[in-house]
Design a protein around this ligand. Structure first.
Ligand SMILES: CC(C)C[C@H](N)C(=O)O
Length: 490
């Protein structure tokens, strides 16, 4: 297995420009690409590239190929889609993790530019609606430009009031999915898909729409996690992403001991869990205890108190009711109608994947690879240390994220989360997942201080994928229930 340092070296030798930009101030790149919301003309026409990749898409994957072989193939340069230029800033950042990067590009290419029931312009409009939930100006700008470049009706860009009612009808599910996915109901899906409705959605269209919505919500978390910047507000010095800029407390100068402490805890945990195992009741109790404790973590409401700067947020033209936000799962008002989702009863592997595969087959394999790779990805490093088994840490991050959405992995002992994640780290993760637009410079700077840049990005990738999977699980479980209710009725 290659070490993270070596991955970087490979990126550097393969593409020196990319490596330097990512290392020093990658969000300068983000900024330059999102410098004007009405500058679609500055984006070179890359439609020809896209069309070519569309044509070759059908031959890209052998769906029966075992995953290990697929990942090996990526090492040999597989997954080399060229996304249109507007995606480049994300692309550059993700090049820190080449295997993930390749899978990500294929998935985005398929979702937004590949075969699918929805017209491409509508896909970008739906993503614009999703990015508006978190006031993510970077992604809103990206999808506005793509909508425009692909020939979308400029009127729609005035807001939902100018969009067709079929698109507008997706707003409710955008809201629920983005903030309280456990409250999606069969009735909501029925109303959208009912044949008698004038603008009804086919289930296949709805699945594509929802994959776009949830992917975009999760990408908002990624963008804010790494540092969302409004270029018009900032001087060039300020454009450096706060999280990624060399902090005076960088690990080389004054390590905080954070990594050593984590390594001790991981080792202790491995010893303990190899010998003792707690009962199912104890595991359940640990989950609910952790859930309750997590409710006490309240992300700041308004901008960055320390810098006194509250970045301007885009308005709510593309979604309604921005006051609808995340509520702590443990404190949801409808606890009886929205119980915990037990992975034992509904998981991506056992039910989710086949549900997507049946309705929107071309994306199922991409999602599966992304989830699988993100959970498996390791370089066996932590900070300056090598040959480290980081599985306890990485699992705790994934479990904590999904617990925020009421998802419980029955076999996991959530007491481990408390050992692996400090309160500031939980605050960071909860903010980035649930209220990414509220992240502050000081919060970013307070966590993962001794981690390498690529490790910080690695954690934020886990946030992206675990959140995406959580939203999809609730939606897909409801689709299955909808199908079951239809077959009972007939
Ligand atoms: C998130 C990081 C601490 C992950 C670690 N670098 C690994 O290779 O597994």
């Amino acid at each position: 297995m290659r070490g993270e340092g070596e991955e970087l070296t490979r990126a550097e030798s393969g593409n020196a420009k990319t490596a330097v930009q990512v290392n020093e101030a990658h969000f300068i790149i983000v900024s330059s690409s999102s410098s004007s919301s009405s500058s679609s003309s500055s984006s070179p026409p890359s439609f020809a590239v896209m069309t070519e990749s569309q044509v070759s898409r059908e031959c890209d994957y052998d769906h029966s190929m075992p995953q290990d072989e697929f990942f090996e193939e990526l090492d040999d340069g597989g997954g080399s889609e060229v996304l249109p230029d507007v995606w480049q800033p994300l692309d550059e950042l993700l090049s820190l993790h080449p295997k993930y990067h390749a899978v990500f590009k294929s998935a985005i290419d398929q979702l937004f530019y590949g075969n699918g029931p929805l017209p491409m312009t509508e896909r970008h409009y739906i993503a614009l609606m999703a990015a508006n939930r978190h006031a993510c100006s970077y992604l809103m700008d990206l999808h506005r430009r793509e909508f425009d470049r692909l020939g979308g009706d400029a009127d729609w860009l005035n807001g939902l009031t100018a969009a067709p009612s079929k698109i507008v009808s997706l707003d409710a599910i955008n809201r629920v999915l983005g903030h309280q996915p456990w409250s999606i109901t069969v009735e909501q899906l029925k109303a959208l898909t009912k044949c008698s409705a004038p603008d009804n959605w086919s289930l296949t269209e709805l699945v594509q729409g929802v994959v776009i919505l949830s992917t975009t919500h999760a990408l908002c978390s990624f963008v804010f996690g790494c540092g969302n910047i409004n270029p018009s507000e900032l001087t060039p010095q300020e454009m450096e992403a706060p999280m990624l800029r060399r902090s005076p407390r960088s690990s080389e100068e004054s390590p905080t001991g954070e990594v050593e402490e984590l390594m001790k805890r991981m080792a202790a945990l491995r010893d303990v869990t190899n010998g003792l195992d707690c009962t199912d009741e104890e595991k359940a109790r640990h989950f609910f205890d952790m859930n309750r404790e997590s409710s006490a973590i309240r992300p700041e409401q308004n901008g960055d108190k320390k810098s006194g700067r509250s970045p301007p947020r885009p308005g709510a033209q593309f979604t309604k009711d921005l006051s609808f936000t995340y509520v702590d799962f443990a404190q949801r008002p409808d606890a009886s109608s929205a119980p915990t989702l037990k992975i034992h009863d509904f998981s991506w592997e056992d039910q989710g994947y086949s549900c997507v595969d049946e309705l929107y087959q071309v994306i199922s394999e991409h999602l599966d690879r992304k989830f699988h790779l993100t959970q498996e990805l390791t370089y066996y490093t932590m900070g300056k240390h090598t040959d480290v088994d980081t599985s306890k840490y990485r699992t705790a991050v994934w479990m904590y994220i999904q617990s925020l959405y009421g998802i419980r992995h029955d076999d996991y002992d959530y007491a481990e989360v408390n050992l692996m994640l400090t309160r500031p780290m939980k605050t960071f993760i909860k903010t980035i997942c649930c209220y990414p637009e509220r992240v502050t410079d000081s919060l970013r700077a307070s966590v993962m201080v001794d981690f390498k840049l690529s490790e910080k990005v690695h954690v934020i990738l886990m946030i992206l994928e675990a959140r995406l999977q959580a939203e999809l699980l609730y939606f897909l479980r409801t689709v299955v229930r909808l199908n079951n209710s239809a077959s009972v009725a007939s």
